[in-house]
Design a protein around this ligand. Structure first.
Ligand code: NAG
Ligand code: NAG
Ligand code: NAG
Ligand code: NAG
Length: 420
């Protein structure tokens, strides 16, 4: 089977050539188109136009055209129209060719080519901007406008290495049929424009067209080369982070919820990534989800830091980058509650035990001292001596008992000292 396929193709090709050769030659002599022109119709946009050759006979055949773009980038397509729009950078010039073609069965008849070109705009080498980067961002529009969302655009660039000091750059963007010049530039130390900010643009949040950016410039000392760049919106869109992220712990469940970011894309167009940071243990858990909620089982009490980020999913647009992380939400506590409680219980039990034993010991020694009154202690204790003398002065019988009580305490103290 595998070897049969090329054989069949060759055979059918041979048949087609035979058929073509059998046709009267002058009837199918294809003439190239006439009046082929390339016209710049907008920023980084040209219109190719041609006319069918007026001498082509017969006139009722289905003529088609084969268009070949030669510069700045090779491209190649067929069309039945006599014009074609091209979105392309133009600062390096543009050239294209077109020929008349006729499909006759499987075989192709073609005329000679006609070509046209646009010369690269003038400028000294090294004067154009370099490293042009642009980003878009969507904001909710509060009010008067017809659209609920506004897309802003920010571009930055570096001054050309060989651009004179007095060079000034100007930035324009085109989206669809709308072109705007920058109104808010940032400048370097030499007051040359190096960045631009459009708070609102004609860019559509869900748009699929190319964004064309053109930066030209002027100087008294040199012609400044212009610079064009095309940007795919999905590649430069800075998606907003998810809104209203909440996190709560109930038992062992850490539940996180959020809302879709501010974006022209509907809810089902987002992928999310949830990051849970266990602060005590110092590790991250990240999960990809397509819903707007996530539950994680957390088995030990800790403080958690929760963040969520968003990206437009592949079902709605070509892959772009993630948004920033949402602002951190903290949940849970650092205290190790169950452990702390256990520790407290053990501590209290130990304290009770100590109190009990010491009071028992105390009673024991009191009894001991009652049963065996101690021999009068040496009168080295000044207090005892003072008390005794005071009572002697009063001339009462209480003297002895008072002294005994003091001695008792002294005895308890010595007992304690010997036990512990
Ligand atoms: C081609 O252009 C010339 C001059 O502009 C014009 O006279 C002629 O009619 C055009 N030919 C066709 C087929 O449009
Ligand atoms: C500018 O871009 C070039 C490559 O395109 C890169 O090598 C260079 O580091 C960039 N310069 C800066 C300052 O980013
Ligand atoms: C919308 O209003 C809020 C506050 O009311 C403001 O912070 C925000 O910048 C406004 N957005 C736009 C696009 O004007
Ligand atoms: C820069 O480009 C814009 C848009 O194409 C044009 O209107 C303007 O005249 C150009 N300026 C210079 C200095 O070339």
């Amino acid at each position: 089977m595998i070897t049969m396929v090329p054989v069949l193709l060759i055979l059918s090709g041979a048949v087609a050539i035979l058929q073509a050769e059998l046709l009267p030659a002058e009837k199918f002599l294809l003439l190239p188109p006439v009046n082929f022109t390339i016209k710049v119709t907008g920023l980084a946009q040209v219109l190719l136009h041609w006319e069918p050759n007026p001498d082509q006979k017969p006139r009722n055949v289905n003529l088609e055209y084969h268009v070949k773009i030669n510069a700045p980038q090779d491209d190649d397509y067929e069309t039945r129209n006599t014009e074609s729009k091209c979105v392309t950078i133009l600062h390096r010039g543009f050239s294209a060719s077109v020929q008349t073609i006729l499909w006759h069965g499987p075989s192709l008849l073609a005329s000679s080519w006609v070509s046209a070109e646009l010369k690269a705009p003038p400028g000294s080498p090294g004067t154009s901007v370099v490293n042009l980067t642009c980003t878009t961002n969507t904001a909710a529009d509060n009010g008067s406008s017809l659209w609920p969302y506004q897309v802003s655009l920010r571009c930055t660039w570096l001054v050309g290495q060989d651009a004179p000091e007095d060079t000034q750059y100007f930035l324009y963007y085109r989206y669809g049929s709308q072109t705007e010049e920058c109104q808010e530039y940032s400048k370097d130390a030499l007051k040359r424009n190096i960045a631009c900010w459009f708070p609102r643009t004609f860019i559509q949040g869900k748009g699929r067209d190319w964004l064309a950016v053109h930066v030209n410039g002027s100087s008294k000392h040199a012609a400044i080369e212009p610079f064009d760049q095309l940007f795919a919106l999905h590649a430069i869109d800075q998606v907003n982070p998810p809104l209203n992220v909440t996190a709560e712990i109930e038992g062992t469940h850490l539940s996180i919820q959020w809302e879709k970011p501010v974006s022209a894309f509907p809810t089902h167009c987002f992928d999310y990534e949830v990051k849970i940071y266990n602060i005590r243990k110092g590790y991250f858990q990240t999960e990809k989800v397509t819903t707007r909620a996530f539950v994680s089982i957390v088995d030990d009490a800790s403080k958690y830091c929760v963040q969520v980020r968003a990206a437009v999913s592949a079902t709605c647009r070509a892959a772009g980058s993630w948004s920033r992380w949402s602002r951190p939400r903290y949940v849970g506590t650092d205290e190790q509650k169950p452990l702390a409680r256990w520790f407290l219980v053990v501590l209290m039990a130990a304290a009770c035990f100590l109190l009990l034993t010491s009071s028992l010991l105390c009673r024991g020694c009191r009894l001991w001292s009652r049963l065996f009154p101690p021999v009068p202690a040496p009168k080295s204790n000044i207090q005892d001596f003072l008390v005794t003398t005071n009572h002697e002065k009063a001339g009462s019988t209480e003297t002895e008992t008072e002294v005994v009580s003091y001695v008792e305490e002294a005895a308890f103290e010595t007992l304690e000292d010997s036990v512990f």
